[in-house]
Design a binder for this molecule. Structure first.
Ligand code: GAP
Length: 446
């Protein structure tokens, strides 16, 4: 490291690794990039799909009475009027009068619960030189059809939840559900964030994994408690270190306009403790708003009790991209191997984008052909990486950086007795197994 060069911080290292290893790329880079917009490369998309699949399986398979939905991104514009998003889904905005930089007012004017006495511009350092706070709606507007007039305005959904509320009766009816039941959805959401940042932590286009749980009035506390435990345990099942997670309850004056009670699970990112996902008691707010605005009956009829009422909703809302960043940060490790720094991602095999590497020690003497044969026999079952060329050390390092949990190496002994070496990513432990047992080995570990 040169004298004036600062050692890269943890986040810069993770961002660089993601680009180097095909996990996350800055979007539109050949045009200079669009701020805070990212593309998921070949291994990023695998990892993201692993997380969303595990969430989906957990919700729809491991729980009784939770079904899926995939609703539209652009809903009827009246939805956002009714849901309160047009009026309330705003961020307070201020500008520095000196350098004209724009900030979320809360980031500058509030420290903990207190108002900052002499606020300072983080960009130019000027003190007490801010405009008044203005409220800025975070929804992205668009035009439906070719005519750009008021009547044709549409909005990209800022949360996937509203599509679930609109379809809740059709879903309940067609899936023949009885309270309590849930509807799960994974999909894109869009927010015109004033200050996106911290890599994929806060972006303007992102994916949510949301589950709305419909319950009887008076039962929200019980179910909120249930879902708090479920969500915590799900995160632990992904291999996250528990000491890096904590709960934060929203104070009453900071609740979103739809929430009666709200809890965040926070993770200790390299840039501090921040929200990972949220649990909300939304009461009957959303269904009542839609009933009033649409004039359509949003009640549920309990045939046994002969009662009709609007169900209350407990929501578990997680960000897919944020969950991925959390897993990358949690898994990032460095150790010393033969006087060199080794970087690896200690990802749970369920999350790892590539499950195993097949590596012939050398290309010649039939080892590469045998490696190809093994790879071809197994590749339909798991994402594997066949890497034939280059120094074996460098090939191991590449796989370590991708978080590949196992490497199977073929050497001259393989030609004699049909065994390969299994190398474990984290411990570097090595053992020999028969090449015919690789499938069994992986099936046992994955
Ligand atoms: N339906 C409720 C809802 O949307 P939220 O707390 O605003 O609640 C839920 O968002 C989750 O969505 C957050 O916990 C976070 O994981 C993710 N999220 C929200 N805004 C985001 C953004 N700009 N970029 C990435 N993820 C975001």
């Amino acid at each position: 490291m040169g004298k004036n060069k600062k050692a890269p911080d943890a986040m810069s290292k993770i961002v660089a690794l993601c680009k180097r290893r095909g996990i996350v790329f800055p979007s539109s880079e050949i045009y200079g990039g669009v701020g805070s917009t990212y593309d998921y490369g070949p291994y990023g998309v695998e990892m993201k799909n692993n997380i969303s699949r595990l969430w989906w399986q957990n919700m729809t398979l491991s729980h009784d009475s939770i079904v899926g939905l995939d609703s539209a991104v652009i809903l009827h514009p009246n939805v956002w009027e009714a849901s309160g998003h047009l009026k309330n889904f705003t961020d307070p905005l201020i500008d520095c009068k000196q350098c004209k930089a724009r900030f979320k007012a809360d980031d500058i004017l509030v420290e903990g619960q207190e108002t900052t006495k002499s606020p300072q511009c983080p960009r130019c350092g000027t003190k007490d030189s801010f405009t008044d706070v203005r409220h800025f709606n975070m929804m992205f507007k668009t035009n439906m059809g070719p005519v750009e007039d008021e009547a044709a305005i549409g909005y990209f959904r800022p949360e996937t939840a509203q599509g679930i509320y609109l379809d809740y009766k059709l879903t309940q009816d067609t899936a023949r559900l009885k309270l309590p039941f849930g509807i799960a959805q994974i999909g894109k959401a869009f927010r015109n964030e004033i200050t996106p940042g911290n890599f994929i932590f806060r972006t303007r286009e992102f994916e949510q994994m949301e589950m709305q749980y419909f319950v009887r009035p008076g039962e929200t506390s019980k179910w909120l408690e249930y879902w708090r435990e479920e969500r915590w345990n799900w995160l632990l099942s992904l291999g996250v270190r528990e000491e890096k997670l904590r709960w934060l309850q929203h104070p009453e004056d900071k609740l979103a306009h739809y929430a009666q009670e709200a809890w965040d699970i926070e993770y200790e990112f390299p840039f501090g403790w921040h929200e990972l996902e949220g649990l909300h008691d939304r009461g009957d707010f959303d269904l009542t708003c839609h009933q009033e605005a649409s004039g359509k009956d949003m009640t549920y009829f309990d045939a046994q009790a002969k009662e009709r009422f609007i169900p209350h909703i407990v929501e578990a809302s997680a960000g897919l991209n944020r969950a991925m960043l959390m897993l990358l940060c949690d898994a990032y490790r460095e150790d010393e191997q033969e006087k060199e720094t080794r970087v690896y991602l200690s990802l749970d095999p369920k999350i790892a984008p590539v499950k195993a590497a097949i590596l012939p020690l050398v290309k010649k003497d039939g080892l590469a052909d045998l490696a190809k044969e093994i790879y071809n026999n197994l590749r339909g079952r798991w994402p594997l990486f066949l890497d034939i060329q280059g120094s074996i050390g460098r090939r191991y390092r590449r796989m370590d950086e991708l978080g590949t949990p196992f490497a199977f190496t073929l050497d001259y002994q393989t030609l004699e007795d049909g065994t390969v070496t299994v190398r474990w990513r984290d411990t570097l432990q090595q053992e020999r197994i028969s090449k015919d047992k690789i499938g069994e080995f992986l099936a046992d570990k994955l």
